[in-house]
Design a protein around this ligand. Structure first.
Ligand code: PMT
Length: 311
């Protein structure tokens, strides 16, 4: 078989795997339709980890690590930069505008003054006011749409729906894929319906590979959009090479490489010609690494839109 035919066969296989993934996934309860961005730039920010259920009536699942902080913080900076954000997040993870609040805001931020009155605790009054005001402004101006997922089935179905709905935005759409997505899963039709019984002894289970959606997302679902994916590793020696491979393999515009232990301090943005280190720097007013990171991405997205309009 020559190279052309081999590539065609690989692509046909991938398409068949993807088709089978979606055909066998449990259907979503709601659907998404984003028609008109009104000329505005729109970014889909994904955040949090996907789960892989082991039973259809799920008691146990495999999880992917992510607090959701990267996506939530980045969302705030994208809104500030004038983008409309579709925030596709794992239920229960970090939310935009809630970073300065304590872990249990309801119990820690409020106090009873008497039997029938509740007020915000002095200590948190500024943080609560800021969070409510900024969140409300983003929602009322139509700049923030929050869509939750839990399982890999929900995540990929919603992501596909968003991508297909934003295809009419052309180069104005951006995908910022910070979610930690499962690589392996139990196909729905081969999954036990009820709780797996421990009395049956040790559990042997074969996990199927989640089809590589990044390439179809990029090439078929939203071919004109600007794409940023992430690469997370715990071994710094292999991180950059893995990011370069992802950039080439999935034809991303940029890949953000981060190491687990230093991810809040530094990331390296890999493009086809550069490796740009982006750091948190309090002296320059960058309280978090997302501030300079989103600035850089917005600049590069502008250049991408401009260069596409020259064609
Ligand atoms: O949430 P925090 O605690 O703040 O941490 C942030 C983070 C470390 C989770 C984040 O910065 C990050 O690196 N996210 C990607 C983590 C990851 O494990 O990526 P991956 O190797 O599984 O996937 C690579 C890229 O492809 C990711 O952009 C992922 O969203 C995307 N992907 C992967 C597989 C798949 N089937 N579909 C995808 O979209």
């Amino acid at each position: 078989m020559d190279l052309g035919h081999a590539l065609e066969a690989t692509r046909a296989n991938l398409n068949a795997e993807i088709e089978s993934f979606f055909n066998s996934a449990p259907p979503l309860k709601n659907s998404v339709d984003i028609r008109n961005g009104g000329g505005r730039r729109v970014v889909c920010v994904t955040a949090g980890g996907t789960t892989v259920p082991l039973e259809q009536r799920c008691v146990r699942y495999i999880d992917n690590f992510s607090s959701g902080n990267r996506g939530a913080t980045s969302t705030e900076y994208f809104v500030k930069a004038g983008y409309a954000v579709i925030f596709l997040y794992r239920r229960g993870t970090c939310q935009p505008y809630c970073r300065s609040l304590p872990d249990d805001p309801l119990l820690e931020c409020f106090e009873l003054t008497d039997e029938s009155n509740i007020k915000v605790h002095e200590l948190y009054s500024e943080a609560v006011k800021k969070a409510i005001t900024e969140h409300r402004a983003a929602v009322e101006e139509g700049l923030l749409l929050k869509l939750p997922f839990t399982t890999i089935f929900e995540y990929l179905q919603i992501l596909r729906m968003i991508a297909l709905s934003t295809s009419n935005l052309g180069q104005n759409a951006m995908f910022y894929l910070a979610a930690a997505v499962s690589d392996f899963y139990v196909p729905w039709h081969s999954m036990a319906e009820h709780k797996i019984q421990s009395a049956s002894g040790p559990l042997n289970m074969e996990l199927a590979q989640v089809p590589k959606m990044l390439s179809v997302l990029r090439q078929d679902w939203a071919p004109k959009a600007f794409f940023i994916s992430f690469k997370l590793e715990t071994d710094s020696k292999i991180l950059l090479q893995k990011a370069i491979s992802a950039l080439e393999k999935y034809k991303m515009n940029m890949v953000v490489a981060n190491e687990l232990s230093t991810r809040k301090e530094e990331v390296v943005v890999v493009t086809s010609s550069e490796k740009i280190s982006v750091r948190r720097n309090k002296d320059r007013g960058f309280e978090d690494v997302e501030n300079p990171l989103i600035q850089l991405l917005v600049e590069r997205h502008s250049a991408y839109i401009e260069s596409s309009s020259d064609l």
